[in-house]
Design a protein. Structure first.
Ligand SMILES: [Fe+2]
Length: 206
């Protein structure tokens, strides 16, 4: 059985960029709800012994497991979202990811504009990602509870674009929420570790 998700922060640790109320509601209501539904549905499908990521991938291509896929993907997406932020984060990228951003997007300011533009393509609820696939960075938007890891992407950063992620702090100003994520929250160290793990895994497999 995959473990109950643990809050990665004290509830006020990301203030003022993300309020205590937002973090509390988001983690203890939305994320835990997806986790509990995933556990129940995975038991019913005989998949509860698998790690969460394997459940997501297996359920993604089985039509009768569509509801399990949606909840499992949301549980996994939220895990990735919490990993993507830290207190005192934000600002220009660092490390190897910064080099790839320069090569792929022409620098951090241009990356920010592409990231914000991609968010604008998400109509309603969804997610925005920085991923690694086929040896390059990609900005990927997914709708509702979908996740790019079922299409061969390695997630380096996840940004929750569901309204519950920002409405208490920013009301309908999703752009302000994305700006706060980039300027004050994003954990480039986590993105670099995810990329290192991905590249090390690829070297090991070859
Ligand atoms: Fe969420």
């Amino acid at each position: 059985m995959f473990p109950l998700p643990q809050a990665r922060f004290d509830l006020d640790e990301l203030e003022p960029a993300m309020s205590r109320d937002t973090l509390a509601f988001h983690f203890t209501r939305h994320h835990i709800d997806h986790y509990e539904r995933t556990v129940a549905l995975a038991h019913g499908a005989g998949l509860a012994h698998l790690p969460l990521e394997e459940i997501v991938k297996k359920a993604s291509y089985v039509p009768r497991l569509r509801t399990l896929y949606r909840h499992a993907a949301e549980a996994w997406n939220h895990d990735c979202f919490w990993r993507s932020m830290c207190a005192g984060g934000g600002g220009e990228a660092s490390g190897a990811v910064a080099g790839h951003i320069a090569a792929r997007f022409g620098g951090y300011p241009r990356f920010v504009r592409r990231f914000q533009g991609a968010a604008a393509t998400v109509f309603g609820n969804g997610w925005l990602w920085l991923t690694w696939k086929d040896d390059r960075l990609r900005i990927v938007a997914t709708a509702a509870g979908d996740t790019p890891i079922v299409r061969g992407h390695v997630a380096l950063l996840a940004l929750d674009l569901w309204e519950h992620a920002y409405y208490l702090d920013h009301q309908n100003r999703r752009g302000a929420y994305i700006r706060a994520f980039l300027d004050e929250l994003v954990d480039w160290g986590a993105a670099n570790r995810a990329l290192e793990d991905c590249l090390a895994g690829a070297r090991h497999a070859s």
